[in-house]
Design a protein around this ligand. Structure first.
Ligand code: PHE
Length: 359
């Protein structure tokens, strides 16, 4: 066999044997490269007779073309194989169920706040927030709570270190009502907000913890009246306790920041040892409310001859105990995982009036 044919046979075999793109490229360089075998053979043509040179040239070109197309073909095969291997290696079974991972849970307080926000949000209330360390001006003075009011005594209010009730003192807010003040100071009526948040009072027993939560509501416009207040509360309580209708009564009361003021009782009965909220002939106090005192409006720069409105405030712990049946308030903040697991809510189920308030 001629040198050319030997080279052809060996090179084509090497092309087929190449199992990676890198080794294929080495074959290409050693056959067709500048210093490759074919190039070297071509260089020998110069010394040949013209007839022999012509024949050799034609044959060499054929061999060159054949090797080049074998290289291209093998390259495509190797590329396809590499892609297939990569696809097989990176396969994702999209039909596989998500792997169960340990997930956290929602505390009943957060759950009830989210439920309330969902219900009031649907009624058109926005959420407003304020600081937990508050000035006594916003927490008391502007809310028409004079210096000698019992709420300002040390036994209820936590004063910040070095503050003792003088003007300008900083306190842990005893209620969420200062957020009313903050909102009225910066927003023109109409106002329709709820203020969920932490509150603090020096008190501790089965139904009181020093840190607790409230949801305050405030509506200010030119016509809001007690009837609207009662309607909002009835709608809220029915939605929250998930009953068609609730029976409530407004009992005259006193809050410095509302006039007139009322305490709201909700009807209930105990059927086979189970608490049924909404109907029945017994009453239980559930929240405080009233028409915003005109002095508070004026303190907050709102013209009380033009605007009026109502406010209400309720305890989140109490709402959650009644709905979810926790008898004692103290374990709420003990961080006992057994309690937390027992009363856990699913973090992926966000309360909404459309989807439902809870699982
Ligand atoms: N701030 C009152 C409290 O903590 C509750 C309340 C709010 C009452 C708004 C009336 C109106 O007791």
């Amino acid at each position: 066999m001629s040198d050319l044919q030997t080279l052809r046979t060996n090179t084509l075999a090497a092309v087929q044997a190449a199992s990676t793109l890198e080794s294929l490229d080495e074959v290409r360089v050693s056959a067709l490269g500048k210093k490759g075998a074919i190039t070297a053979l071509m260089k020998t043509m110069g010394k040949m007779e013209p007839e022999a040179r012509k024949a050799f040239g034609q044959e060499a070109n054929l061999v060159k073309d054949e090797i080049a197309s074998a290289l291209d073909q093998r390259k495509i095969e190797l590329e396809e194989a590499a892609l297939d291997e990569q696809l097989a290696r990176e396969i994702v079974d999209v039909t596989q169920p998500a792997r169960p991972t340990a997930k956290g849970s929602i505390h009943p307080i957060s759950q009830v706040m989210d439920e309330a926000i969902a219900i009031f949000g649907e009624m058109g209330f926005a959420v407003a927030e304020g600081p937990e360390i508050e000035t006594d001006k916003y927490c008391f003075d502007d809310l028409n709570i004079p210096t000698d009011h019992p709420a300002r005594q040390m036994q209820d209010t936590f004063y910040m270190h070095g503050h003792s009730g003088d003007a300008g003192s900083l306190v842990l807010r005893t209620h969420t009502s200062p957020v009313q003040v903050r909102t009225m100071l910066i927003q023109e009526p109409p106002i329709r907000i709820i203020c969920p948040g932490r509150t603090f009072r020096s008190d501790y027993d089965a139904t009181h913890t020093p840190m607790f939560h409230q949801i305050e509501g405030l509506v200010i416009d030119e016509t809001a009246h007690m009837g609207h207040l009662k309607g909002v509360l009835m709608d809220f309580l029915a939605a929250y306790f998930e009953v068609d209708e609730v029976k409530i009564q407004l009992r005259p009361s006193y809050f410095p920041f509302t006039e007139p003021s009322a305490e709201v009782d909700i009807g209930y009965e105990v059927v086979n040892g189970e608490l049924k909220i909404g109907q029945g002939d017994k009453w239980m106090e559930i929240l405080g409310c009233g028409m915003v005192n005109s002095r508070v409006l004026e303190n907050c720069g709102i013209d009380s001859s033009k605007y009026q409105g109502f406010a209400f405030g309720m305890g989140v712990e109490r709402l959650s105990m009644l709905k979810y049946g926790m008898p004692d308030l103290r374990p709420y903040f003990d961080s006992d995982v057994r309690w937390l697991r027992h009363y856990a809510f699913d973090p992926l189920l966000i309360p909404s009036m459309v989807r439902g308030l809870h699982a």
